[in-house]
Design a protein around this ligand. Sequence first.
Ligand code: SAM
Length: 259
Amino acid sequence: MELQKIYNENCLDTMANMPDNFIDFIITSPPYDNIREYNGYEFEFEKIAQELFRILKKGGVLIWVVGDKTENGSETGTSFKQALYFKEIGFNLHDTMIYYKNNPMPTTGNRYHQHFEYMFAFSKGLPKTFNPIKEETKFRGLANMKNRGETGSLHYKKVERTSEKKVGNVFFYSIGGGISTKDKIAYQHPAIFPEQLVIDQIVTWTNEQDLIYDPFMGSGTTAKVSIITNRQWIGSEISEEYVKIAGQRLSENFSHNLF
Ligand SMILES: C[S@@+](CC[C@H](N)C(=O)[O-])C[C@H]1O[C@@H](n2cnc3c(N)ncnc32)[C@H](O)[C@@H]1O
């Protein structure tokens, strides 16, 4: 299969040409609940889920970013149904992470503003790679100096220690024009990933030269981030218009034309 390429077709057709256990890591955001009209929309969830399981290597991870539509007064629960289906066909539900939007579109009505989408991490067996993002922690406190002074009371000294810990599984991003990406052309697609979200997930679950697949490539965010982080990649995108947008985005960012 040709790598570093967006296949302008249904992802089922692209995956049909992939051998079993071929891909190291998948990150994607499917066209859920018909929330948006994409050109050439087609989405057969169960077949796609089974193919994703087949083509992923043992120890590979799939990041599935979804939310639910509200229909007839109720949230659809599609995200949960999909998560349980992934489990049913053999995936591990490794981590239910949250993609928190610092600045979502405000909503009216009797619900709180919708601030997040699920970012499910499914793995085929146990994840083979985990390079956790870390943050600095500072401990400030009093340490007991053990020996008692003349007064008989314990002596303490002020201490400050710095160390690192894994970040939590809620990931915060600001979104929108000029923030999700600097690439103006990308905003011609209605639902782009913030680049930083894709960077964070790729560096966590893969190593350089690993092969990444995005079955719903849209404006090409996963392709761009794979190149920046020195990973190999393949994508599928059913809409010719979006493939052109992704192509232009990649050629504006990188010196050679990828198509
Ligand atoms: C949520 S968008 C992905 C956006 C992408 N994450 C980005 O950063 O631009 C979903 C995309 O899936 C595409 N799509 C829908 N059904 C498809 C299918 N069966 N195979 C491939 N692409 C499909 C749509 O055209 C749409 O661009």
